[in-house]
Design a protein around this ligand. Structure first.
Ligand SMILES: [Zn+2]
Length: 74
């Protein structure tokens, strides 16, 4: 079971271990909102990481997803 994470707190990104502020209870100001992810893209990220990621890792993973998709299309 994952630990209960306070909804408004700094946490470490599980991918790059940088700390960032997750503002899930203030969704309009959370950095997750600064990047537009499709349902499929967020599912892809959720499969790999149980918690939020920092914005730069979200960008990286979105890029990874796009590349995988390109590979599977051909
Ligand atoms: Zn990160």
């Amino acid at each position: 079971m994952p630990e209960q994470i306070p909804p408004y707190s700094a946490q470490a990104c599980p991918r790059c271990h940088q700390s960032f502020a997750c503002k899930a209870t203030h969704i309009g100001t959370c950095q997750c909102m600064a990047i537009s992810l499709s349902k499929e893209q967020s599912a892809f990220i959720n499969q790999q990481y149980a918690t939020c990621l920092c914005i730069s890792c979200l960008h990286d993973l979105r890029q990874e997803y796009v590349q995988q998709e390109l590979i599977s299309i051909k």
